[in-house]
Design a protein around this ligand. Structure first.
Ligand SMILES: Cc1ncc(C[n+]2csc(CCOP(=O)(O)OP(=O)(O)O)c2C)c(N)n1
Length: 697
């Protein structure tokens, strides 16, 4: 008899016996392993929080009590306990359950997370809003909308606790004394082993056998906190004599005004439940330090929690990833290997990651230069610091390469502007996951970087179209001055053989790939869209439409001479990018045309001004009209519109002319000829059911 399928909400956990709880945890683990083995996802983090989530929910009354999850990659157990068991097989698929909490998915998902270290700020804001409503009274309606007497628990990992935003929140939480619980899930891991002084600090607490693992101690400690009541407790909190400093673990939190409880065994439901129950009763902020094992209960994940942090589909028996043997090396790998070759030549190169050595390919670098550890820096989940640090390193004579995913680099926007661009330091930003990333969905799509970087004075932005170009772009970026960004997508390259000796790109020059005899349209593409545009060119050619094509390579500085030259000779300019059309590459082309006073029609194709869904990249390309047939269809439609407009204008001009008012267009009229050509060729136009009605124009 399955217990899991009968759980409708967290309150259903309350009546379960110890034996049933053990069975439930086993069922949860089986479900996690079976589902993620098919869909891929964050397995090890979730296996590690099974008891932590169950124990916390047993102590809470949900709703109105609520839990919020930092990053949210460990929220699968929460999803399974909050009415989503039936749909769990759709995890991370197109139209299915999100791999992260999502407000629109469930009333139990208080907040849509995906990026690290923000849970404490959000939780505090929520608590303060409730406090304010309770203290001041709001309008009848909004007071009614707020859940009554709810308690907020924020679950945050030791990795995410390294992020600056979490410490800004701790600072504020201690100051406000807000009644909330921080459930610190300490598994000693970020994606890779956690780094930094805080980690060493937590490690010292963990290793102190006076506290860890002794249930009596936990019990006593909790009693000391809770039982004597608030009055005693207040005294207890305030009296911070030196002896207590020596013996009470977690003093760093206590000094900030946050009561520390722990360390407790995060796999002991009773300990977790007791701790959360006590924390709920204490009208102060409390941090419960729970020690857990990442990947718990599945041997391959316990042995290799890094691999199983976020894993593709795998074989449950062997724990081996089901790899496509023919897949070309990823852009990430090509970048990592190329940087090693460059750094062999240039001893000033220093590589920086913000807790993502594997994800960015810098693990290759760190292993290669293991004997020069000063050349590889992992700052933890601290993107802003990584960028500030890079600028200082550059000022000190180093050549820093900061490798960060496009969406996570958003965290460091101020540092990119103030610490790097304004100082004109030569920092190279290697921006991985530029474009649509697939199943991780909207929090992780890297579709804003071209826009947010393009507006920064002095920023140079290179967008390689394949893995050979990636190596060349890196080679080029390392030889420029000032801030330089190169951005490339997630996943496999095109399978091209990367030459050992890279080439340097001519500065701000596009590469024309095709010049059509009939200059109907010029496609200007960057990155992965170059290959798609090539296909679109072929489809257009089959329809008798002459399409020229250029790989623009440089989003900034733009090859304006080239843009102006094709705009002067073609009927339509089309820009193609895997970035939002708002302020991206196409906007750069538009600005260049406007500045030159050129009025050639422009069609900008990219991701829309909306958050894109999760799914495979090809599903998303089809949905967003970024695949070749959708592009060809849009181009054809736009050409027809332009031809019709031109013809209409010509008609109006003829009508106003007294001599030729009744004359028919002559066969030599180019607009009429072109309109005829399109009409003859284009009925019916390309059919793409997936893109119907979803034009991005
Ligand atoms: C701002 C930001 N940077 C990087 C990441 C990538 N990331 C996702 S989970 C994770 C590690 C989190 O470690 P921890 O909080 O300890 O959770 P665990 O997986 O160990 O349970 C990282 C670095 C992110 N989601 N957000």
């Amino acid at each position: 008899m399955s217990l899991l399928s009968d759980i409708r909400g967290p309150n259903d956990l309350k009546d379960l016996s110890q034996a049933e709880l053990s069975q439930l945890c086993a069922e949860l683990r089986t479900e996690l392993i079976q589902t993620v083995s098919k869909t891929g996802g964050h397995l090890a983090p979730n296996l590690g929080v099974v008891e932590l989530t169950v124990g916390a929910y047993r102590a809470l009354n949900t709703p109105p009590d609520l839990m919020i999850f930092d990053v949210g990659h460990q929220s699968y157990v929460h999803k399974l306990l909050t009415g989503r068991h039936k749909d769990f097989h759709t995890l991370r698929t197109y139209g299915g359950l999100s791999g992260f909490p999502k407000i629109s998915e469930s009333e139990f998902d208080l907040y849509g997370t995906g990026h690290a270290s923000d849970s404490l700020s959000v939780a505090l804001g929520y608590v303060l809003a409730q406090q304010s409503a309770a203290a001041n009274g709001t309008s009848e309606q909004s007071a009614a909308e707020l859940p009554k007497s709810s308690h907020m628990v924020a679950m945050i990992g030791d990795g995410s606790l390294t992020g600056g935003m979490a410490w800004e929140a701790l600072n504020h939480i201690g100051h406000t004394g807000a009644n909330m619980t921080i459930l610190l899930n300490d598994n000693e891991m970020s994606i890779s082993p956690n780094v930094g002084a805080l980690t060493s600090y937590l490690g010292r607490i963990r290793l102190d056998r006076r506290y860890w693992g002794k249930r009596e101690f936990v019990q006593k400690q909790l009693e000391r906190r809770g039982k004597p009541g608030k009055q005693l407790l207040d005294v207890g909190i305030r009296v911070r004599d030196s002896f207590k400093h020596l013996v009470v673990p977690g003093i760093i939190f206590e000094e900030l005004g946050i009561l520390y409880v722990g360390p407790i065994n995060g796999h002991d439901i009773e300990q977790v439940e007791t701790a959360v129950r006590m924390a709920k009763q204490i009208p102060e902020p409390v941090i419960i330090h729970a020690v857990t094992q990442k990947g718990r209960g599945y041997a391959p994940a316990e042995t290799n929690p890094m691999l199983f942090h976020g894993i593709a589909a795998f074989d449950v028996e062997t724990g081996k990833v089901k790899v496509n043997g023919d897949a070309a090396p990823s852009y990430t790998q090509v970048f990592g290997e190329a940087l090693v070759r460059e750094a062999e030549e240039n001893p000033d190169i220093v590589a920086i990651t913000a807790a993502m050595p594997q994800g960015t390919g810098l693990d290759i670098f760190s292993e290669h230069f293991a004997d020069q550890p000063e050349r590889f820096i992992d700052v933890g989940i601290a993107e802003g610091h990584a960028v500030g640090l890079a600028s200082g390193l550059a000022l000190g004579g180093k050549l820093p390469v900061v490798a960060i995913y496009s969406s996570f680099l958003q965290r460091a926007y101020d540092q990119i502007i103030g610490n790097v661009a304004l100082q004109d330091t030569h920092v190279v930003f290697a921006i991985d996951r530029g474009g649509l990333v697939g199943e991780d969905g909207p929090t992780h799509h890297g579709v804003h970087d071209l826009s947010y970087l393009r507006s920064i004075p002095g920023m140079q932005i290179l967008v390689p179209a394949n893995e050979i170009e990636l190596v060349d772009a890196l080679h080029t970026a390392l030889r420029l001055d000032g801030p330089v960004a190169l951005r490339y997508p997630r996943g496999s390259g095109e399978g091209l053989t990367v030459p050992q000796q890279p080439s340097q790109w001519p500065y701000a020059q596009a590469v024309e790939l095709k010049r059509a005899a009939d200059k109907d349209v010029a496609l200007l593409a960057v990155g992965r869209m170059v290959a798609v545009a090539q296909e679109a060119c072929d489809l257009l050619a089959a329809e008798g439409i002459g399409a020229s094509l250029a790989n623009m390579r440089w989003v900034k500085p733009l090859d304006e001479d080239y843009v102006i030259s094709v705009a002067s000779t073609h009927r339509l300019i089309v820009t193609l990018e895997e970035n939002t059309v708002c302020g991206g590459f196409g906007s750069g082309v538009m600005e260049a045309l406007a500045a030159a006073g050129i009025t050639t029609p422009l069609l900008q194709i990219g991701t829309p001004d909306a958050f894109s869904a999760q799914g495979t990249v090809s599903q998303l390309f089809a949905e967003l009209g970024l695949d070749a047939s959708s592009i060809a269809e849009k181009v054809q439609t736009r050409l027809q519109q332009e031809a019709a407009t031109t013809e209409q204008r010509a008609k109006e001009e003829r009508a106003t002319s007294t001599e030729t008012a009744t004359a028919e267009p002559t066969p030599a009229d180019p607009a009429a000829n072109f309109a005829e050509k399109l009409q003859a060729k284009s009925a019916p136009p390309f059919t793409n059911p997936l893109s119907a009605g979803k034009s991005l124009d």
